[in-house]
Design a protein around this ligand. Sequence first.
Ligand code: KIV
Length: 290
Amino acid sequence: MSTTFTLDTSTSRANPTPAPMKRLTVPAIQRRKVDGRTADPLVMLTAYTARQAQILDPHCDLLLVGDSLGQVIYGLPSTLAVTLDMMAAHGAAVVRGSYHSVVIVDMPFGSYEASPQHAFASASRLMAETGCAAVKLEGGVAMAETIAFLSQRGIPVMAHVGLTPQAVNALGGYGARGKSEEEQAKIIADARAIADAGAFAAVLEGVMEPLAIGITDSIPIPVIGIGASAHCDGQVLVTEDMLGMFDRVPRFVKRYGNAADMIDESVQRYAAEVRDRSFPSEEQVYQPKK
Ligand code: KIV
């Protein structure tokens, strides 16, 4: 079971935090939505590593160890090949690197759909091995029984509806959802079903804005939008997308930085200094004491 660690940046070692600060809790997140409104919007970002979590944590309410790590960290073409082992390893790292945010770990494709019992085995493993506070799974009406099963057994569930990337093959791509009346009705039914089943919050991804507004106003649990609406109860983005690590990002991503260019420039200077032997210089080498 993980505990909170502090990274000693002089040695890059993780040391147990002597007096861990109080973490936000799932009930505290739920209480932010009062009478269908969240006055103080919820801030959520993805995190996959301990150091990343440490930097994001003071600014966030929720950290999501998303299965988007398949593409972002492992260079996979989709989230479909992400495993429970990957999620457990990255989830534990993020819990070790954070002390404030609620950490949620994504259940990967194939780890929960077969039955509520199968989902319980996977989710309980993730919670035991990572120390996370909740799991996230994709699906609405079809997953309602599983969400109820987990929630009633002490596993808080965030459900993901709208554009659900694990269903990319069934959906035929990553395009926005809710364009037709039929699709809108399905997404509304999904959102209602997961709220009724006991999910503590929902991620609503890639839907037409009026639908996002309607769903946010009509279900009692916090709705975290991504490609949805500023009217949602909170927002989430993939951190590497908003930091500018990738050339191509979905329309709904706003870039708040240009990390790829910063890394490129730094590595270019390093490579040049290695090649002209100006690195390492006096300050970076050890000399025997005289
Ligand atoms: O896997 C992920 O990062 C996600 C977010 C995009 C919501 O599910």
